[in-house]
Design a protein around this ligand. Structure first.
Ligand code: ZN
Ligand code: FE
Length: 244
């Protein structure tokens, strides 16, 4: 059985650990904060065996060297980014898969936020519903800033996520939900699902609870970037969000 732990890190990042109870294999998805990750490992009694990086930004790789040195963990991440991800030992590319404690993990390339951003899809997580660790590609009701890629890149990346099974849980790397929602309502003010979900999100956040994970099915209803009909439309919406 696979267990996923989510915990806040830094200002608004989430840290994630995935643990295979049969083999004891444990991976951290990105390394926003080594001390927090170590605290959760200790609390659960897990030993870190792997680090999976989605992209090279500091809030995703900052703890790589410390954690790898401490635990002897391997580091998987985009092969294209070998020059800018500290400690990378296992470069992976979109379309490849690897085994984690006997479970298949599929690597999907999702350029847009960065040119070599990847996400990790674990189809057997959550009793076969699947989980995807999506880094800064998609957020609840939002998408990552286009630092390196084009709107067309992000449009295709969104389409890849939308094509995953609808029940797939999406583990976004930041809690941006309330501000994303405020913006999303300016794009789709009459979207009843969006309006209703905002109440849910506000209630969760007022209790200090995460809105992550979301799901493919939910984002298909409420995420204006996933719902954009074209790359150019996504680009327009992203530009408006940058100035919001
Ligand atoms: Zn980033
Ligand atoms: Fe980030």
């Amino acid at each position: 059985m696979l267990i996923i732990k989510l915990f806040p890190c830094l200002m608004d990042n989430y840290g994630f650990l995935i643990h295979d109870s049969e083999t004891g294999a444990t991976a951290t998805i990105d390394t926003p904060e080594a001390a927090k990750i170590n605290a959760v490992l200790a609390e659960e009694g897990w030993t870190l065996s792997e680090i999976w990086n989605t992209h090279h930004h500091f809030d995703h790789v900052g703890g790589n060297l410390e954690l790898a040195a401490q635990h002897g963990a391997i580091i998987r991440g985009p092969a294209d980014d070998a020059g800018r991800i500290a400690g990378l030992t296992h470069g992976v590319s979109g379309g490849e898969s690897f085994l984690f404690g006997g479970h298949e993990v599929r690597v999907i390339k999702t350029p847009g936020h960065t040119t070599s951003h990847i996400i990790f899809h674990v189809p057997s997580a959550h009793d076969g519903q699947g989980a995807a660790f999506v880094g800064d590609t998609i957020f609840v009701m939002g998408c990552g800033r286009l630092f390196e890629g084009t709107p067309e890149d992000m449009f295709e990346s969104m389409a890849k996520i939308a094509a995953l099974p609808a029940s797939t849980k999406l583990y976004c790397a930041h809690e941006y939900t309330l501000s994303n929602g405020k913006f999303a309502l300016t794009i789709e003010p009459e979207n009843a699902d969006l309006i209703a979900y905002m109440d849910t999100a506000k209630a969760l956040r007022s209790k200090g609870l995460p809105t992550v994970p979301t799901s493919v099915a939910q984002e298909a209803k409420i995420n204006p970037f996933m719902r954009a009909a074209s790359g150019s439309r996504l680009g327009e919406i992203r530009k408006a969000k940058d100035n919001f």
